[in-house]
Design a protein around this ligand. Structure first.
Ligand SMILES: [Zn+2]
Ligand SMILES: [Zn+2]
Length: 338
């Protein structure tokens, strides 16, 4: 199956945290953390629709300015999520610039910032370039099961971790993956095209089998549109398999509450991006700085039965010793380390 999520760490494992997740066929992307984004070309940055910030230590939030710079003047709104006090921090970032000429942009940039409160609510405020990014608060809502974003094709959940400051970990889960057999489409006299995206949406929305679908007829069948029942496509040319799950965990103290919260969130993920900041030999430093060691990260990945572990956020003190960090995570995990 071709996964719809195409995740890539923006920087190397010693660089600032930022995970860019392209979404296939949707011409848009998600961003997890906003460390230094200089390595991400503007055309990619412009695809970002939603940003999930674990916490606002500088190495996770310094890229906000670059994102804002690139997105000013674009039509698509930008939605951000972060931990407690995040809305204040977005407001202060925006207030640090002078906006007296911003109305000259042809289109408005609308920014919506959400924060997960300590008692499990989702607070929300908007900022629009039209009003020189003045803050407008919107009513808060209870956060159900950590669900930050629910769309027909995927959802993003979070859990609250302790890093001596509230820190969020995230998991993005594809609803259901629809595989397409091209040869069987051909047998039905149709060929792949943008219409398949609507078919997938209809299936995820639970549409009935007799729903008519206008498919692209193959050249041999005279091209143009050809109406096929959804149930016929489902039976002959489509296969539904469990969707892809990607988790992103960084900056957490190692204690029972955090470990339980992480394991619950990332259980059975296909890919787990997890900090491996210290070697176990330096676990006292890791504890003092509220970070995980590579061994602890590996053990968490094992307990959560994830498929592949991707270590990152290595401390600069280990420059040239990347292999040791990976080996330690691998030994504790026992599975594939990318
Ligand atoms: Zn931190
Ligand atoms: Zn950090």
């Amino acid at each position: 199956m071709r996964p719809i999520f195409q995740p890539r760490l923006v920087n190397g494992p010693f660089g600032d945290p930022a995970l860019f997740v392209d979404i296939l066929f949707e011409r848009r992307a998600l961003l997890f953390d906003l460390g230094d984004l200089a390595a991400l070309p503007p055309r990619k940055l412009l695809r970002t629709s939603h940003v999930f910030v674990s916490h606002t230590h500088m190495d996770h939030f310094v890229g906000f300015d670059r994102l804002l710079r690139v997105c000013l003047g674009r039509e698509r709104p930008l939605t951000l999520f972060g931990p407690d006090r995040f809305i204040d921090q977005v407001e202060h970032k925006l207030a640090a610039f002078t906006w007296n000429l911003v109305e000259n942009y042809a289109v408005d940039l609308s920014i919506t910032a959400h924060e997960v409160t300590l008692d499990g609510w989702l607070r929300c405020a908007t900022f629009n370039s039209r009003d020189r990014f003045a803050r407008r608060d919107i009513a808060a809502a209870p956060l159900e099961d950590g669900r930050l974003l629910v769309e027909p094709s995927f959802e993003v959940r979070c859990t609250l971790l302790d890093h001596k400051t509230p820190c969020l970990a995230f998991a993005v889960q594809e609803a259901m993956h629809v595989n397409v057999w091209r040869n069987r489409l051909a047998e039905l006299g149709v060929e792949p095209g943008p219409w398949l995206r609507d078919v997938k949406r209809a299936i995820l929305a639970g549409a009935a089998d007799d729903t008519p679908v206008v498919a692209q007829a193959s050249a041999s069948a005279g091209s143009g549109g050809r109406t096929v029942a959804l149930g016929v496509l489902r039976e002959h040319a489509l296969q539904l398999v469990p969707g892809q799950k990607i988790a992103y965990v960084t900056d957490a103290a190692h204690h029972a509450n955090n470990v339980r919260a992480i394991v619950d969130l990332v259980a059975q993920a296909d890919l787990l991006f997890i900090e491996c900041t210290f070697l176990e030999a330096d676990s006292a430093d890791a504890a003092r700085k509220c970070h995980l060691t590579a061994r602890q990260a590996g053990a968490i990945a094992r307990a959560a039965a994830v498929s592949v572990l991707v270590p990152f956020h290595f401390s600069p003190r280990y420059a040239g010793r990347e292999v040791e960090l990976r080996a330690e995570a691998q030994a504790a995990f026992g599975g594939t380390v990318a």
